[in-house]
Write a protein that binds this ligand. Structure first.
Ligand SMILES: NC(=O)c1ccc[n+]([C@@H]2O[C@H](COP(=O)([O-])OP(=O)(O)OC[C@H]3O[C@@H](n4cnc5c(N)ncnc54)[C@H](OP(=O)(O)O)[C@@H]3O)[C@@H](O)[C@H]2O)c1
Length: 289
């Protein structure tokens, strides 16, 4: 144990579950959940991040040295309020007690027309989720001791990620699925992202940092690799197609030079990760199970 208190907002999220399990070895952890507490640990606290008083009370009671704010994916009900108001509440509480704040942002706040994106690139969102995450970054940047992690598609091999789980369910039900071959991303292994978060909790870096996998793949290449790894054989209704670049950012490649220099955590690409493991026999678990 390093003697530091760490608050993880959204310990019930896909990233948060992995991060919390990793963090408890070194930190005194408190994590939050809203609709579900899949971890079921004594350190879990129910929280609606839209309630300012509740956020403030939790932060002032636990008094974390560091807050890792994972709440705010595109799957939340009331997404704009959860992302914007929630991030404002967490940021104000962090400032009030001088806690370090690590905020999880996304490559989806870019328009996808000016890749690769360095840390100095300004958001240019095309959709509501991107606009909300861009607004959240502005709020977090007002806190002097902050890190904004811009990351890409999160996947893991212990538990199926959200989008692969959705694709697998649709294919197994015989529903049409289109994987886009004109969208480029740097998928990030959940272990990489979680370790980078914990590393940044105890190092002095301030500002935006791109943290993602060093292999750039199209959504189709990435989707097919994960379907193979999870041994999803149903492919009859699978098609390869083109995403509409007016509605969705096409190329969100993140420049990883700064993260490679700053972090000890290796930024493994998808193929490096998959080669380290053999496909599971009986440990498969979907993101939503
Ligand atoms: N997944 C990706 O591929 C990806 C890519 C780039 C960036 N990111 C970023 O990474 C972070 C984690 O993403 P994720 O996919 O792991 O998240 P997720 O699994 O979709 O989880 C969403 C989290 O938000 C919580 N939540 C929703 N409404 C809430 C409310 N009103 N009050 C408090 N908590 C609330 C949920 O709690 P309950 O489940 O308990 O309701 C859950 O912990 C997000 O900030 C996201 O923007 C994700």
């Amino acid at each position: 144990m390093n003697g530091m208190r760490l608050l993880i907002t959204g310990g019930s999220s896909y990233l948060g579950r992995y991060l919390t399990r990793l963090a408890v070895a070194d930190f005194e952890v408190c994590y939050t959940y809203f609709q579900n507490d899949p971890l079921g640990l004594p350190q879990g606290e129910w929280l609606d991040v839209r309630e300012e008083t509740a956020v403030s009370r939790l932060v002032h009671t636990f008094r974390p040295h560091v807050i890792i704010h994972t709440i705010g994916s595109n799957r939340c009900d009331d997404m704009y309020n959860v992302i914007c108001r929630g991030t404002a509440h967490v940021t104000h509480a962090a400032r009030a007690i001088n806690a370090r704040l690590i905020h999880i942002s996304t490559d989806a706040l870019f328009d996808g027309r000016h890749a690769p994106y360095t840390e100095s690139a300004s958001p240019s969102p095309l959709h509501e989720y991107g606009r909300a995450k861009a607004a959240a970054e502005t709020i977090v940047s007002q806190h002097p001791d902050h890190v904004i992690i811009r990351t890409s598609l999160i996947y893991g091999l212990h538990e199926m990620d959200h989008s692969t789980a959705w694709i697998a369910r649709a294919l197994q039900a015989g529903k049409p699925v289109v994987l886009f071959d004109n969208q480029r991303r740097n998928p990030v292994w959940v272990e990489t992202l979680a370790r980078a978060c914990l590393e940044l909790a105890t190092t002095p870096y301030v500002g935006i940092l791109n943290v993602a996998g060093r292999q750039v793949l199209t959504r189709a290449e990435f989707g097919l690799r994960l379907l193979d790894w999870w041994q999803i054989a149903a492919r009859e209704t699978l098609q390869i197609g083109k995403a509409d670049g007016e509605k969705w950012p096409l190329d969100c490649e993140l420049d990883l030079q700064r993260a490679t220099a700053v972090l000890q955590t290796p930024l493994y690409g998808v193929d490096e990760v998959l080669q380290r493991f053999t496909p599971p026999e009986c440990t498969r678990k979907t993101a939503d199970s």
